[in-house]
Design a protein. Structure first.
Length: 230
């Protein structure tokens, strides 16, 4: 009985070790893998680097900013594969190691990072998408309207913002009278500073032009409604 138990234990241990082994693929394999539906693509470069071009459908968290990284990585699904990359591979290797040690079952790294992707002749998204910032004057005009306004400070590449999308969809379906003002967390820096939005996502409710409530992070529909007094 003891030998059988030991054999099973060793087998399970072996499986655990294998699950923690580093997985690294070249640009061609990485490109094929991230075309799967709902693939989790994770860019751990800075926001500035991300704005110069990124892989399709990538979510972003700066690995060098520990608070930001820890806040955003928790919104990835640990049970699904995460495809991770940085500029050349150093930061993504460190981030992937941490993720494997903290319950992520499979983390696949892009060998050589964005540099290798470019050398392989592959295109990036977001390179030519730079747009003018939302001005503070235009923002103030939008939120100082009659009735209820929700400012949504977020970004398509922000993991917790992504998780809030279905909640916000339900909210506006139930409360069509609430006006939504979008502030791009990767672009509209002047407005973000003016409203003191330091994290993504940030939600600010206004009523008849006056701020009545705000909250950062992910929440359920009921909490969002309570925040607005609805």
């Amino acid at each position: 009985m003891g030998r059988v138990f030991l054999a099973i234990l060793l087998m399970l241990t072996g499986i655990t070790v294998m699950a923690q082994e580093r997985q690294e693929v070249d640009a061609a394999e990485f490109e094929k893998d991230i075309q799967q539906p709902d693939a989790q693509v994770f860019d751990v470069r800075t926001a500035g680097e991300f704005s110069t071009g990124h892989l399709p459908h990538a979510l972003q968290a700066d690995y060098t900013k520990k608070e930001e990284f820890m806040d955003r990585v928790q919104y990835l699904d640990k049970k699904k594969t995460v495809y991770i990359y940085c500029l050349s591979g150093g930061r993504s290797t460190a981030a992937a190691k941490w993720m494997r040690e903290h319950g992520f079952t499979e983390v696949v790294e892009l060998d050589g990072g964005i540099n290798a992707w470019k050398r392989a002749g592959k295109q990036l998204e977001g390179v030519a998408e730079k747009k003018p910032q939302l001005t503070i004057a235009d923002y103030n005009n939008a939120v100082h309207a009659k009735g209820m306004v929700l400012t949504d400070v977020g970004a398509a590449w922000c993991p917790p913002c992504k998780q809030m999308e279905p909640v916000l969809e339900k909210f506006f379906q139930k409360h069509p009278q609430v006006k939504r003002v979008l502030v791009d967390g990767g672009n509209d820096q002047d407005v973000m500073k003016s409203v003191d939005a330091t994290k993504l996502p940030t939600f600010i409710f206004y009523k008849d032009g006056k701020e009545i409530a705000r909250k950062q992070g992910v929440m359920e529909l009921a909490e969002l409604e309570k925040l607005a007094g609805l």
